[in-house]
Every structure is written in structure tokens, then in C-alpha cells.
Design a binder for this molecule. Structure first.
Ligand code: GUN
Length: 291
């Protein structure tokens, strides 16, 4: 079997088109331009690259794109004060603090200080709690799991009744909300992780296998039952030939594509969906602010 390659770039560009139209309508009908503020602390090059592409995409969508770049030495108080200012700014509808923060800062306290209706990352306990309790319309859903679900639905439709889903990973940023979203779509869900016994055997039971462990190419072909939909959330940089590096996921793509029914590539699968869902959350937050 050769798998369908799920094209996250194509799916994400149709979401971006819809966001652009929604933003244009909001501006013409309510004279309101969605505002997204992204805060970055320190000089981690990967984080700066992510923030740059978020800013560029926000501008492309017609948003007011605001970036705050703070030095590594920023104190908890200074960062909290900035979040408080952004919380009160009526032109800012979405606030995102890029993670990870430098170690001396308490990231959890900062994330929880963002007003839930501006938390376009979907990480505030109010938004995470809504997802956990199956309220998928009232809050803001974490971007990477929301994007991964769009890709799952592109293969299986919106009702996953009778399907077994296995999520490897239990982080607050991805694994937990992903499991909750699959459950809300009626899948039978197993959340596995690094302490799970006999991971290959758990994965062989999956109709939908989602890998988010941060270990390059950990999921092997023998873990994938023929026909399974494989969603790879990993982004790992590994050495390649000639002293260069290349990006790989948590799934050994070439060999798993021989077994899977459908599979996401890295890059070009889940990655572009995260940024598209961030733009979607921002326009939703702006619409809600407009009343
Ligand atoms: N760092 C890596 N992924 C993310 C994300 O989705 N949101 C934030 N805020 N930081 C990240």
C-alpha cells in the first residue's frame, strides 16, 4: 500500500483564504481590524523564526501585527506588566507569548495572566478546560491540535465513531487537547507516552495514530497497521550529509508511508496548520470583540 500524502500546505492555504475574507468583512462592516500581539523574550533563533512567520502571516491576513521583542534579562514583573497592557488594549484581540521562555521566568503564571478571550494559543485553563469538557464553540482551541484535527477530518470526516485513535504524547500544549478533541469527535482514544508499556503494540491498534513525542523517526513501519492515518506532529532537526541538518518528524516517514492509508509529511504537514489556526483564532477573537 502507498499512503495518501496529506498536504498541510494546501489545506492551510484554504484556511488562510477564509481568514483573509473574514478579516476584510470585519473591517468593511464593523470598521475593526484584527490585532495580534506576539511577545518574544530572549534570542533563541528557532523561536525568532517562528515569531517572524507568525507576524508575516498576520500582516498578509490584513491584521494589525504587533511584535514585542524583549531582552533575555526581562523580569517576571516586566513581562507581566506588558501582558497587562496588551490585555487592556482594545485594538489587540490576540496575545501570544512565544514559548519556551528563559528559565528564570514562570511561563505558566504568564500564560494564565492573558485574558482567556485574547488567549489565541488556547493555553489558558479556561480555554483548555472548555476543550476538556467538550465545549468546542465557546473558547479558543489550541492551534496545533486544532490544525491536526482538520487534517484528520480531511480523511475521515467529522464523526470518528468506531475508530481507535492513539495519541503518543501527553503535553498540555498538544497531547492532552488532541486526545480531548478526538474524543469529542467520538473516537475511542488512548493517550500513550514515554512511560507506556509496549508502545508498538498500542500503536498497532490505531486507525488514527498521532505522534508528538519529540524523538526523531521513533514510529516505525511495524508500529503501523495497514490503512492507518498517521499524523506526525514532530519537528526535529537532525544531522544530514555534508555537515548540514534536515527536518524530520517523530515518524519514520518513508517506511511508514508503505503501510499507512494516509500520512502527513514533515515539513508540510501539521506545521503550516498551526499558524493557519492561530490566524483563525485571532479573527474569531476579533469577531467576538466586535459583538
Ligand atoms: N512554541 C512552540 N510552539 C508554540 C505554540 O504553539 N505557542 C507558543 N506560544 N509557543 C510555542
Amino acid at each position: 500500500m502507498t499512503a495518501i500524502i496529506i498536504d498541510g500546505k494546501r489545506v492551510s492555504s484554504s484556511i488562510i483564504q477564509a481568514v483573509k475574507s473574514a478579516a476584510a468583512r470585519l473591517e468593511s462592516e464593523k470598521n475593526l481590524r484584527p490585532g495580534l500581539a506576539v511577545v518574544i523574550v530572549g534570542d533563541d533563533p528557532a523561536s525568532h523564526a517562528y515569531v517572524k512567520s507568525k507576524g508575516r502571516m498576520a500582516s498578509e491576513c490584513g491584521f494589525n501585527s504587533i511584535q514585542h521583542t524583549l531582552p533575555r534579562e526581562t523580569t517576571q514583573g516586566e513581562l507581566s506588566s506588558l501582558v497587562a497592557v496588551l490585555n487592556q488594549d482594545k485594538d489587540v484581540h490576540g496575545v501570544l507569548v512565544q514559548l519556551p521562555l528563559p528559565k528564570h521566568l514562570n511561563a505558566e503564571e504568564i500564560i494564565q495572566s492573558i485574558l482567556p478571550h485574547k488567549d489565541v494559543d488556547g493555553l489558558h485553563v479556561v480555554n483548555a478546560g472548555k476543550v476538556a469538557t467538550g465545549d468546542l464553540d465557546g473558547g479558543l482551541i489550541s492551534c496545533t491540535p486544532a490544525g491536526a484535527m482538520v487534517l484528520v477530518r480531511s480523511i475521515h470526516g467529522s464523526d470518528l465513531s468506531g475508530l481507535n485513535a492513539v495519541v503518543i504524547g501527553r503535553s498540555n500544549l498538544f497531547g492532552k487537547p488532541m486526545s480531548a478533541l478526538l474524543l469529542a469527535a467520538n473516537a475511542t482514544v488512548t493517550t500513550a507516552h514515554s512511560r507506556s508499556k509496549d508502545l508498538p503494540n498500542i500503536c498497532r491498534n490505531a486507525d488514527i495514530l498521532v505522534a508528538a513525542v519529540g524523538r526523531p523517526e521513533m514510529v516505525k513501519a511495524e508500529w503501523v497497521t495497514p490503512g492507518t492515518t498517521v499524523i506526525d506532529v514532530g519537528i526535529n532537526r537532525v544531522p544530514s550529509s555534508e555537515g548540514k541538518t534536515r527536518l524530520v518528524g517523530d515518524v519514520a516517514f518513508a517506511e511508514c508511508a508503505e503501510h499507512a492509508g494516509a500520512i502527513t509529511p514533515v515539513p508540510g504537514g501539521v506545521g503550516p496548520m498551526t499558524i493557519a489556526m492561530l490566524m483563525a483564532n485571532t479573527v474569531i477573537a476579533a469577531y467576538r470583540a466586535a459583538g
